[in-house]
Design a protein around this ligand. Structure first.
Ligand code: BGC
Length: 372
């Protein structure tokens, strides 16, 4: 079920993997089964080489944080840094232009948090032609072989943790089902949205099939659950209409699968506005307001994907490339972008509820005080 364009061909045999490696033999990266990148690395580049970082719009706190961390971290490591965000409305065109400009300026590595996974093939082809290495950051870039590495928290795992948290949270509140829920997913242009949703559905679908969980509106298709642009107002208005159509009178809902914190808070606002009890709502990103809400007993869960770690690991990758070394990767099978399996470095996401928040954020000076 998780074998989508985005996630994995784990079932593929070793021989087929090898064949795939041969098919991609023009690439520097291999798909060695040892988890090590076995192909030849390029010759490196000057210590103060230019590194471009193209980030999407600031749709959640993690992106805001990443920009600052990249700017400072790359500078501290001795690189020149060009860190750009796609604008709030013309995100795709903005990002395309920013990447092209990084190529023109001679960037040696371009790190991309794609605003639209499928709309960057021209720009990454330009980057490759100019000899730059392309790293997909947090979000995979699809349908192109011109992406060298992928670095992210394991997104499928994020979805599985969300699905499990939803089940656990509902069971803790009410020992016996059936439970009534609604499903939300992220922006369709973000490759992660489907991966999160598929991960969650892998956990939820058996319970839905058995009738232990009922999706009140019947909207279980990702197209019906999507939240364009990851915008809070879009999630809030969809929740408003679900409440008006499906939860009239005394009808309540037990849980909502929300793919991230921004949308979780919008969903909670909508439910409260309708005068209904707040259901179990999942989230992601450990945003300040959501951590507060979890500690106050409102939002049920979030996911800790420590942006400081992800950026630090990305900068390590850049440093390896600068030296002409092969960057460390730990996954050579999970993230198929439709053109190739992209060698990946995946970090483990952590589920956070009120119960383990203090422990989960112990090393985070911003979040740990909120848990006291
Ligand atoms: C990120 C999430 C984030 C979402 C919206 C996704 O690609 O992985 O952490 O919540 O974008 O910004």
């Amino acid at each position: 079920m998780r074998r989508t364009i985005t996630r994995g061909i784990a079932v593929i045999g070793a021989a087929a993997l090898l064949a795939l490696g041969t098919a991609c033999s023009n690439e520097r990266e291999g798909s060695g089964s040892t988890g090590k990148d076995t192909s030849d690395a390029k010759g490196g580049f000057a210590q103060d080489g230019l590194v471009g970082v193209a980030l999407p719009a600031k749709t959640s706190e993690n992106w805001v944080l990443a920009g600052d961390l990249f700017t400072n971290g790359l500078k501290d490591a001795g690189f020149k840094a060009d860190v750009q965000y796609a604008g709030a409305s013309t995100t795709v065109a903005d990002q395309q232009a920013q990447i092209s400009s990084m190529v023109t300026k001679g960037a040696k590595v371009i790190v991309i948090g794609a605003t639209d996974a499928a709309q960057l093939s021209t720009q990454v082809a330009q980057a490759k032609q100019a000899g730059a290495t392309v790293i997909a950051y947090d979000r995979l870039i699809t349908n192109t072989k011109d992406v060298d590495y992928y670095i992210a928290f394991d997104n499928f795992k994020v979805g599985q943790l969300q699905g499990q948290a939803l089940l656990d949270g509902m069971k803790a509140k009410k020992a016996k089902g059936p439970y009534t829920i609604e499903l939300f997913s992220g922006s369709p242009d973000d490759n992660n949205s489907k991966v999160f949703f598929d991960g969650a559905m892998e956990v939820l679908k058996p319970a839905i099939d058995k009738g232990d969980i009922v999706v009140g509106s019947g909207q279980t298709d990702i197209k019906q659950t999507a939240t364009q642009g990851w915008k809070a107002e879009n999630a809030q208005s969809r929740m408003d209409s679900l409440l008006n159509s499906t939860y009239t009178g005394k009808k309540t809902l037990d849980g909502v699968l929300s793919p991230n914190d921004t949308l979780a808070r919008a969903i909670i606002t909508s439910v409260k506005g309708a005068g209904k009890p707040v259901p179990v709502v999942t989230g992601q990103d450990s945003e300040v307001e959501s951590v507060k809400s979890i500690m106050a007993g409102e939002q049920y869960s979030t996911i800790n994907k420590d942006t400081r770690k992800l950026v630090a690991e990305t900068i390590k990758m850049v440093q390896s490339l600068q030296k002409g070394d092969k960057p460390t990767i730990n996954d050579t099978k999970s993230y198929n972008n439709g053109s190739k399996v992209v060698p990946s470095y995946l970090l483990p996401p952590v589920i956070v509820t009120k119960e383990n928040a203090a422990e989960a954020y112990a090393n985070d000076p911003k979040l740990s005080p909120l848990t006291k």
